[in-house]
Write a protein of this length. Structure first.
Lengths: 482, 416
C-alpha cells in the first residue's frame, strides 16, 4: 500500500509543460518507468475490477520473463529502447460527456492536424471516439448507436459495463503470451475502443477512432477489441497523426477482431504519424499486433492499411480463418521515405474448409528507406479447398532505398491452392516524361504514378479515407525526386 | 522456455577419436563446430529442415569402418556412356572404379585438405572431418562430359562422410558435369559433401546433379559458386529421395554480365524430406539469375524451397527471377516455400512466383474422357509436370538420363 501512495505522490509532483506544438492541457502522469506498482496505479486510475488487474500483472510478469527478447527477425534497425525511460500513463484530467465540453484547445490541435472532429461527425455521419493520449475524451453518436444495440465505447468503460464480453474475448485472439509487444501492451494498455455489433445488425455508419500521440515521452498502448456477432457487419476506421517532435516515441497497440457466423468486419487504417525528419531524427516507433479471428462460418475480415508514417513500422494484420468458408483479405500500401523503415505484411492461417484469402501489398520505397513485405500463408491439414492469392509489388524511387519481400507459404492440404507473385520495379523514365510533357511537375507526376500503382488498395478504403489517403501518398513522397 | 539455436550432435570427441589427428585446417573447423554446433530449428535458414533426427544417430566416420566393401557400381547407377567417370565411395576417390581417359584440359586430382573456407554450418562440419574428394580443373573446352558417381554405404554402424569437391573452370573454358548420388540399403549413412565452384571469365559450366539416396540416408550438400564476368553457370538439380536431403546452393556474382540458371525438381514419397535452399548474391551490375523449381510430394513427405535473391546497391540492371511450383499427390505431405527478395538497387527486374495445389480435375477428366484409366492419367500428368522442368536441361544425353530417373520414380510410386 505504501508503495502505491508513493506512486500517487510522484504522479502529483510531475509537472505540466509547454512544448511547441503540444497542447497544454492539464494531465496526470505516472512517473517514468514500468513496475508492478505502475500497473496497479493504472488499474486503480481506471477503477478496474480485480480480474483485469490480475490479467495485467500476469502479462507484465510474462513480459518481464522475456527479458530483452524483443523480436529480432524483422528487417529493422533502431537504437535499443529503454522501457524504463517512458511514461506509461497520461490522461486528460476530466472526463467529458459531450463534444461541447471538449477543451477548445484540444479541438484546436485537431484542427491543426486537419481533423475537424465535430464537423466530421456531423458532415460525414461518422461516430467518432476520439482518443487523446490514452483516454477517450469524447464519444459522439453514442446514443443513436446504443438504441440499435451497438456497443461502441472506450474499453475502460466496457470493462465495467460489459465485463462478460470483455472477459470472454479480450486476449482470445492475441494472448499476452503472443509476443514481446503484445505482452507489454496487455500489461499497460490505457485505453482504446470496444465495439460489439449485435446479431444480424449491419452497423449503419462507419465507426472511427482518431488516435493521436500527444504527451512527450508517453508510450501509447491502445487496445482495440471488435466483435461482430452472427450476421453482423461493421466498418471501422482508424487514423493517426502526431505532432512533430524530436524524441522517438514508442507505440505498441493491440487490435483484436472476432467475427462469428456470417459476420463481417472491415478495418481500415491510415497511419501518418511523425516519420522523423529528413536526417532520420525522431519519429514514432510503431510495434503493432493486429489480428482477426474468423470464428464463424462464412465470416469475413478485411484489413486495409495505408502506412505512410512512423520511423519504424512493425505490423502484421492477420486473419485466422477458423470457420468454414471464411474469408480474409489484406490490402496494404506502405510508403517509406527518407530514413523510414517498415517491416509489414500479414498472416493468413487457413484452418477451416473452403477458406479463402487474398493479399495485395504495395510497397513504395524512396530516399534512404527500407520497406519489407513479410507474410505467411499457412494451410492446415483440414483446410480442404482453401484458396490463397498473394500479390506483392514493390516500387523503388532512387538508388539509396531498399525493397524486400519475404513470403512464407506452408501448405499441408493437397486440395488447397496457393498462388504468390511478387515484382519489383521503378518508375520508368517514359512514364515520367509523358506526364511532364503534359505540364506536370516531376513531383506531381510521381504522385500520380504512385497513386496508380496503389489504386487496387486505395479503392478498398471508405470514401472519406480514400481521399485523404491519395493526398497522403503525394505528401509522403515529397522531396523524393529531383 | 528458451530453446537453444544449437543441437547436441554425434560429431564431437567420440567421432573425432575414431580418426587420425587433424591438421590445422581441420582442427580450426573442429573448434568452430564445438562452438557453433549444428543449427537447431530456431535458426531461420533451418526452420523447415530440422536436424533433430540426424543428431540422434550415433554416426561413426565411414573412413574408420572396416566392414564396408563396395567393389562394383550398383546396378541402378545410370550409365553415362562416352563420359569420364569419377567414382567416390563414402566420399573417397576410387581409381579402380573410375574411368578418366586423359583429355587435354581436364585435370582430376584427389582433394587432400579443406582449403576453401565455407561458412555454412554443414560446411564447417565437412571441413572438420573432410576425408576425401576430388578437384576438377578445366582449361579450354572439354568435349567429353564428366560423370561423378557418389556411393554411400554403411557397415554394421551408421556412417558419415564429408567429401570436398572443387570444380574450377578457367576463363573461356567449358565443362559439362553430371553428379549422381546413390547408396546401398542398410544402416543409415550421412553424405555431407561441400562443392566449391569457380567459373572464370566467359567460362561455361553446366552442372547436373541427381540425388537418389537410399530411403534411410541423409544427404546435406552445400555448394558455393563464384561466377566471373560474362560467364555462364547452368545448373539443374533433381532430388528423388533420401530420408533427409538438403541441397543448398549459393552463387556469388563476381563479374559483370554473368548469367546463372539454377533449376531443379524433386519427387518425394514415403517420409522423404527434400530441401532446396538457394542464395543469389548479385554483387555486380548486369547479371541475370533465373530459378525454376518444381516438386511433387506424395505419402508423408515434405518439400521445401527457400530462395533468397540479394541485389546490392550497385548491382543495377540485375534480372533475378524465382519460381517454385509444387504439386500434392496425396493427403499427408507438406510444402514449405519462402522465396525472398532483398533489393537495394532501383533499376532492376526482379520477380518471384510460387504456387501449390493438386492435379487439375479438368485435366484428369480430359484424359478420362479419352479412355485413359485414372491411375495412368495421374502418372501421365505428373510426368508432364516434371518433364516441363527438364526442358531447362540443355544436354540431351543428361536430359534422357534424368527423364529415365523420373520414370523410375513414377514406377516405384505406382508399385508402392
Amino acid at each position: 500500500m505504501a508503495a502505491k501512495q508513493e506512486t500517487a505522490a510522484a504522479v502529483r509532483s510531475v509537472e505540466q509543460y509547454k512544448y511547441g506544438f503540444v497542447t497544454d492541457i492539464e494531465s496526470e502522469k505516472a512517473p517514468k518507468g514500468l513496475s508492478e506498482d505502475i500497473i496497479r496505479f493504472i488499474s486503480a486510475k481506471k477503477n478496474e475490477p480485480e480480474w483485469m488487474l490480475e490479467w495485467r500483472l500476469k502479462a507484465y510478469r510474462y513480459w518481464l520473463a522475456l527479458g530483452d527478447e524483443e523480436p529480432k527477425w524483422a528487417k529493422l534497425n533502431y537504437p535499443k529502447i529503454d522501457y524504463q525511460d517512458s511514461y506509461y500513463y497520461a490522461a486528460p484530467k476530466q472526463k467529458l460527456a459531450s463534444m461541447d465540453e471538449v477543451d477548445p484547445k484540444l479541438l484546436e490541435t485537431y484542427k491543426k492536424l486537419g481533423i475537424p472532429l465535430a464537423e466530421q461527425a456531423v458532415l460525414a455521419g461518422v461516430a467518432v471516439d476520439a482518443v487523446f493520449d490514452s483516454v477517450s475524451v469524447a464519444t459522439t453518436y453514442k446514443k443513436k448507436l446504443e438504441e440499435m444495440g451497438v456497443i461502441f465505447k472506450p474499453i475502460s468503460e466496457a470493462v465495467h459495463s460489459h465485463p462478460e464480453l470483455v472477459k470472454k474475448y479480450l486476449g482470445s485472439v492475441v494472448p499476452y503470451t503472443d509476443n514481446f509487444f503484445a505482452a507489454l501492451n496487455s500489461a499497460v494498455f490505457t485505453d482504446g475502443s470496444f465495439v460489439y455489433i449485435p446479431k444480424g445488425l449491419r452497423c449503419p455508419m462507419e465507426l472511427s477512432t482518431y488516435f493521436r500521440i500527444n504527451e512527450k515521452n508517453t508510450g501509447q498502448f491502445e487496445r482495440t477489441l471488435i466483435i461482430a456477432d452472427e450476421g453482423a457487419y461493421v466498418s471501422y476506421l482508424e487514423g493517426c497523426t502526431a505532432p512533430q517532435r524530436d524524441e522517438n516515441q514508442l507505440h505498441a497497440a493491440v487490435v483484436e477482431l472476432i467475427t462469428l457466423d456470417d459476420a463481417e468486419i472491415k478495418y481500415s487504417t491510415v497511419q501518418n504519424w511523425y516519420p522523423g525528419d529528413a536526417e532520420g531524427k525522431g519519429g514514432i516507433y510503431n510495434f503493432v499486433t493486429k489480428r482477426g479471428a474468423c470464428r464463424g462460418k462464412n465470416s469475413k475480415i478485411m484489413w486495409t492499411q495505408v502506412e505512410t508514417g512512423s520511423a519504424i513500422t512493425w505490423k502484421y494484420p492477420s486473419c485466422i480463418l477458423q470457420g468454414d468458408n471464411s474469408v480474409g483479405e489484406f490490402y496494404s500500401v506502405a510508403i517509406t521515405n527518407n530514413h523510414q523503415q517498415a517491416d509489414t505484411g500479414t498472416k493468413m492461417i487457413h484452418l477451416g474448409a473452403n477458406t479463402r484469402s487474398k493479399i495485395i501489398s504495395k510497397g513504395i520505397s524512396a530516399g534512404k528507406a527500407d520497406n519489407t513485405y513479410r507474410g505467411l500463408v499457412r494451410i492446415g491439414p483440414r483446410a480442404d479447398g482453401a484458396r490463397n492469392y498473394t500479390q506483392c509489388d514493390s516500387l523503388l524511387i532512387g538508388d539509396k532505398c531498399g525493397a524486400h519481400t519475404v513470403p512464407y507459404i506452408e501448405s499441408r492440404n493437397p486440395t488447397a491452392q496457393t498462388e504468390h507473385e511478387a515484382t519489383t520495379s521503378k518508375i520508368s523514365e517514359d512514364q515520367l516524361f509523358y506526364c511532364q510533357q503534359r505540364g506536370m511537375t516531376e513531383e506531381e507526376a510521381v504522385s500520380l504514378i504512385v497513386n496508380g500503382f496503389c489504386r487496387e488498395v486505395l479503392q478498398t478504403l471508405p470514401m472519406e479515407f480514400a481521399v485523404e489517403a491519395q493526398k497522403l501518398v503525394g505528401i509522403s513522397l515529397e522531396g523524393s525526386v529531383g | 522456455m528458451k530453446q537453444s539455436a544449437l543441437l547436441d550432435h554425434p560429431f564431437g570427441a567420440r567421432y573425432a577419436a575414431a580418426l587420425p589427428a587433424a591438421d590445422a585446417a581441420r582442427q580450426d573447423a573442429r573448434e568452430t563446430l564445438a562452438l557453433e554446433g549444428l543449427p537447431g530449428p530456431k535458426r531461420e535458414e533451418w526452420r523447415f529442415t530440422p536436424l533433430r533426427g540426424l543428431a540422434k544417430i550415433p554416426f561413426i566416420p565411414a573412413a574408420s569402418a572396416d566392414d564396408i566393401d563396395v567393389c562394383d557400381l550398383p546396378a541402378d547407377v545410370p550409365r553415362f556412356t562416352d563420359a569420364h567417370r569419377i567414382v567416390l565411395v563414402n566420399g573417397v576417390y576410387r581409381a579402380d572404379l573410375s574411368d578418366t581417359a586423359s583429355e587435354t584440359g581436364l585435370t582430376v586430382t584427389e582433394a587432400k585438405t579443406p582449403d576453401h573456407g565455407v561458412d555454412a554450418p554443414l560446411a564447417v562440419l565437412n571441413a572438420a572431418y573432410m576425408s576425401g574428394g576430388v578437384t576438377i580443373s578445366v582449361r579450354g573446352v572439354v568435349a567429353k562430359p564428366v560423370h561423378l558417381v557418389s556411393i554411400g554405404a554403411a557397415g554394421a554402424e551408421p556412417a558419415a562422410f564429408h567429401p570436398r569437391l572443387a570444380i574450377a573452370v578457367a576463363p573461356a573454358a567449358k565443362l559439362t558435369i553430371l553428379e549422381t548420388h546413390h547408396g546401398l540399403p542398410g544402416q543409415p549413412y550421412f553424405s555431407n559433401p561441400v562443392t566449391t565452384i569457380s567459373v572464370g571469365t566467359a567460362g561455361v559450366l553446366r552442372r547436373y546433379v541427381l540425388v537418389r539416396e537410399d530411403s534411410e540416408a541423409f544427404h546435406l550438400a552445400t555448394t558455393v559458386a563464384d561466377v566471373a564476368a560474362d560467364a555462364k553457370f547452368d545448373a539443374f538439380h533433381l532430388g528423388l529421395g533420401g530420408a533427409l536431403v538438403r541441397q543448398e546452393i549459393s552463387v556469388d556474382f563476381v563479374g559483370e554480365g554473368a548469367a546463372v540458371r539454377l533449376n531443379g525438381a524433386y519427387a518425394l514419397m514415403g517420409r522423404a524430406h527434400h530441401d532446396f535452399t538457394t542464395f543469389m548474391n548479385h554483387d555486380m551490375p548486369n547479371c541475370t539469375s533465373s530459378q525454376v523449381f518444381k516438386g511433387v510430394v506424395d505419402g508423408e513427405s515434405r518439400g521445401v524451397y527457400q530462395g533468397r535473391v540479394l541485389v546490392a546497391r550497385h548491382a543495377q540492371k540485375t534480372d533475378g527471377q524465382q519460381l517454385h511450383k509444387a504439386l500434392f499427390l496425396s493427403r499427408g505431405p507438406q510444402i514449405d516455400c519462402k522465396p525472398e527478395l532483398e533489393i537495394y538497387a532501383d533499376d532492376v527486374k526482379c520477380a518471384h512466383g510460387a504456387t501449390t495445389g493438386e492435379l487439375d480435375p479438368d485435366h484428369l477428366f480430359y484424359l478420362a474422357a479419352r479412355g485413359i484409366d485414372p491411375q495412368a492419367a495421374r502418372l501421365l500428368l505428373v510426368q508432364g509436370f516434371l518433364a516441363d522442368a527438364l526442358e531447362n536441361v540443355d544436354d540431351a544425353v543428361v536430359r534422357d538420363i534424368l527423364s529415365g530417373e523420373i520414370s523410375g520414380w513414377l514406377m516405384r510410386k505406382a508399385s508402392a
